[in-house]
Design a protein around this ligand. Structure first.
Ligand code: AMP
Length: 473
């Protein structure tokens, strides 16, 4: 028996507990909202994530903590880690909470993404104009991950984790004359021998000129300046993007919230309609063939398993239908597993991980990842030998993982905003209804229905039955 603490007490937490009880585990939830779907199943501490004494009270007697919500403040998780192991590792949260950091991380691992750029970073990198002409502006930032500088001029980052969002290159005259207070030689930007000098002898040098060992930016962390402009920062290229683009908040966006398609420069300048352009990422609009997600799991001993790629259909940015019908080539499955393996290895991952992709011309472009069980994996409760929820529990308790094989052609219909006639659904043979005990509200996920059938024709017949009383998919 393991005492498992869960940060977040929504429907994912509820399904996690429902999967963990048969294995003899106990659960305790932490969520600021007092009337959450998991509340009826287990102890629930309803405090703010910033309340450290409440977090300590939560941790008492727990063997492990996990989460079902990726926007838990990282500081809260770091605090908990002092008292109890937390899986997946908080670094996964850091990567997933900021879309720019996330996409940069994918690229660093050689995982293709849609083209993207961002304000609040360098305004002109690879073709993005700055106001002042020719360089990194005062608030230009370097965001980095592993293998880049740990510190620049006194800006602490996390261990092994590179420059954080607020590690800055500061420029005084529209060009990088100074880097965090250190004058460059020519007063004229990042030249071949311009250096980032760090107080603890960290930064090596920019532009590929090695300095003494351990004494600077690592070999591939470069700012190459040809025309007095930073073309490349630590290997993170930003892209030139043509309209239409998708403008998204870097943080806290989900289910289509905090994003809009923009077709003109004027639209870009207006931000998300409020004139606020900071903290946004700009992505190319991808006319994808399909959206697919991979769900994988790794336990504390490193055993790893993958579910088959799931085909996902959205409306208004919200997942409506997930399908597992064998309609995915071995090549695509292989690509997805390879990319997921890179992410899990880089993060020393433990738990369930989901990566969402756009499929275009037989290629996968990573859109985002979730370091947790995922809505597109709800079909696994009845449709796979072992559900994503049970495998999450197994992974964080270091049990062997269960088989991820599907049991047939599967579909999951999300119930969003309103509920169908429950009696009608229950009369459809093989329809599994899950309700989350949430009050109906527009765009709110209230439940889902799973179908598992022997063949795809029967699956579509049953989906058509559901459409008679519920057409939101
Ligand atoms: P996200 O919150 O990034 O998962 O976006 C929600 C949904 O919006 C996605 O599942 C897509 O259907 C759509 N979407 C997001 N980004 C893009 C993009 N760059 N191009 C086209 N569609 C997108």
């Amino acid at each position: 028996m393991t005492n498992i603490g869960v940060l977040g007490a929504g429907q994912l937490g509820r399904m996690l507990a429902l999967a963990g009880y048969p294995l003899g585990h106990r659960f305790r939830f932490f969520d600021p909202a007092s009337d959450s779907p998991a509340s009826l199943l287990a102890d629930h501490l309803a405090f703010d994530y910033a309340d450290t004494s409440a977090l300590e009270q939560f941790a008492q007697g727990l063997d492990v903590v996990t989460y079902e919500f990726e926007n838990v403040p990282v500081e809260a998780v770091r605090h908990l880690e002092k008292f109890v192991p937390v899986y997946p590792p908080p670094i996964a949260l850091e990567k997933a909470q900021d879309r720019f950091v996330e996409k940069s991380f994918f690229r660093e691992l050689g995982i293709p993404t849609p083209k993207y750029s961002t304000d609040g970073f360098a305004k002109r990198i690879n073709g993005y104009e700055t106001d002042e002409g020719n360089g990194l502006e005062a608030d230009a930032r370097i965001v980095s991950t592993d293998g880049f500088a740990k510190r620049i001029s006194g800006y602490e980052t996390d261990e092994g984790n590179g420059l954080e969002a607020d590690a800055r290159i500061v420029s005084t005259d529209g060009f990088a004359k100074r880097i965090s207070g250190y004058e460059t030689d020519e007063g004229n930007g990042l030249e071949a021998d311009a250096r980032i000098v760090s107080t603890d002898g960290f930064a090596k040098r920019i532009s590929g000129y090695e300095t003494d060992e351990g004494n600077g930016l690592e070999a591939d962390a470069r700012i190459n300046s040809t025309d007095g402009f930073a073309k490349r920062i630590s290997g993170y290229e930003t892209d030139e993007i043509e309209f239409p683009v998708v403008l998204k908040t870097r943080r806290m966006g989900y289910d289509g919230k905090g994003q809009m398609v923009v077709s003109s420069q004027a639209g870009l300048e207006n931000g998300l309609g409020n004139g606020e352009t900071d903290g946004l990422i700009i992505e190319e609009f991808v006319p994808f063939d399909r959206e697919l997600s991979i769900i994988c799991v790794r336990n504390r001993s490193g055993e790893t398993k993958f579910y088959p790629l799931i085909e996902n259909q959205h409306r208004d940015g919200i997942l409506r239908l997930s399908l597992v019908t064998g309609n995915v080539s071995a090549d695509l499955q292989g690509q997805a597993e390879e990319y997921a393996t890179r992410v899990m290895s880089a993060l020393n991952y433990i738990g369930v991980l989901t990566i969402e992709f756009f499929e275009k011309g037989g290629r996968l472009l990573a859109n985002e990842m979730a370091p947790r069980v995922h809505n597109s994996g709800h079909w696994t409760i009845e449709g796979a030998v072992t559900s994503q929820f049970e495998n999450q529990v197994r992974a964080v308790t270091d049990a062997s993982l269960g088989s991820t094989s599907p049991l047939g052609a599967c579909a999951m219909v999300n119930l969003v905003g309103t509920l169908p006639d429950v009696e009608f659904i229950l009369k459809i043979e093989g329809a599994h209804l899950h309700l989350y005990d949430k009050a109906p509200r527009p765009k709110r996920k209230l439940g889902h229905i799973t179908l598992v059938e022997k063949d795809v024709e029967m699956l579509y017949e049953k989906l058509n039955e559901i459409r008679k009383v519920y057409d939101q998919f």
